[in-house]
Ligand binder design. Structure first.
Ligand code: PBG
Length: 334
């Protein structure tokens, strides 16, 4: 067949034309940088499976945050590693919890930097599950069921204490049913009607969280998270999860992980008009870092293409451990 008038290459012939017709761009405003905060002092420990990502104590945090602010990144997402853990995750919701303290430190020094607080219990419970569990023994093994409604109460307490400490956005990642409504009501009753909820609406039970669980010391001590996180085989279920979050009052929706779930990002973008967040998770980061360290790939080109793909699939915001790197690369222009 002959299409005499089709000349796609007309619009590719120079960098200037390519720039003008480009459909998707990355800007530093798209990014949220996750930070791991831990107890103690003088701590700046690199996480072995996540080169370039560190645990910071409250006193070393400031230097890291300054770098983030200087790069123009608008937001950070806080994860806490507490000194003590128990069955109900008390350290998640006490007023002087690690995330609450880190929030105060950051907001005092950098009031304009947005602090997003991850609202979950798995870093704070001794069993590593995202909610309260009922445990029992079967054939000599410890088993457990996560108690949905009992957990909601603790998650509400956690969110309210985070908002009290100054968190700008609450990001519940626990995947209990009804968590958005419970947290919205709790925040409103405590006077935080203005604090938005960025819901981890669509969160899959994924092997891509492996390095994070090492970083956050939050691997489940028995069982897995398949009774509350989603089956990677399902896409329609993502629409049901997202719809209930919309009805319950979520302000932003998230898909996590991002890379293996680009179709889900696109589905949510087409179905809902709330801002959409993609979480470029720890395993996605570690794979790229490892291959780059071996000299097997061009890290900058790979990361740019990947994050661009997430935006093209419909994400407005990207949570990524590459935020600082990407902010630097965007300044350099290549
Ligand atoms: C807590 C939580 C997890 C991540 C973010 N919040 C881990 C999990 O569900 O096991 C993973 C983030 C990452 O892998 O970068 N529920």
């Amino acid at each position: 067949m002959n299409y005499p008038f089709v000349r796609h290459r007309r619009l590719r012939q120079s960098a200037a034309i390519r720039g003008m017709v480009r459909e998707t761009v990355l800007t530093v405003d798209d990014f949220i940088q996750p930070i791991f905060v831990t107890y103690g002092s003088g701590v700046k420990n690199e996480i072995p499976s996540m080169p370039g990502v560190f645990h910071f104590s409250l006193d070393t945090l400031e230097e890291e945050v300054k770098e983030i602010v200087d790069l123009g990144i608008p937001a950070v997402l806080l994860f806490g590693i507490p000194e003590t853990k128990d069955a109900v995750g008390t350290s998640a919701f006490v007023d002087n919890g690690i995330v609450q303290e880190a929030t105060r430190v950051i907001k005092k020094r950098y009031p304009d930097l947005l602090v997003v607080a991850d609202t979950c219990l798995c870093e704070f419970t001794d069993h590593g599950h995202c909610g309260m569990v009922h445990t029992y023994e079967r054939d000599g093994h410890v088993c457990g069921d996560v108690l949905n409604d009992e957990s909601l109460e603790l998650l509400v307490k956690t969110a309210v204490s985070q908002a009290k400490a100054g968190a700008d956005i609450i990001a519940p990642s626990n995947m209990m049913d009804g968590f958005v409504q419970a947290i919205r009501t709790g925040l409103d009753e405590a006077g935080f009607t203005h604090v938005p909820i960025m819901s981890y609406s669509v969160k899959y039970a994924s092997a891509f969280y492996g390095p994070f669980r090492e970083a956050a010391d939050s691997a489940p001590q028995f069982g897995d998270r398949k009774s509350y996180q989603m089956d990677p085989a399902n896409a329609r279920e993502a629409l049901r999860e997202a719809e209930s979050d919309v009805l319950e009052g979520a302000d932003m929706l998230m898909v996590k992980p991002a890379l293996a779930f680009m179709d889900v990002l696109r589905m949510l973008r087409d179905q809902f008009d709330l801002p959409l967040v993609a979480y470029n998770v720890s395993g996605e980061y570690s794979m790229v870092k490892a291959a780059a360290q071996k000299g097997w790939i061009d890290e900058r080109a790979i990361v740019t293409e990947t994050l661009l793909g997430m935006k093209r699939a419909g994400a407005d915001i990207i949570i990524t451990y590459f935020a600082k790197d990407m902010a630097r690369w965007l300044r350099e222009k290549r």
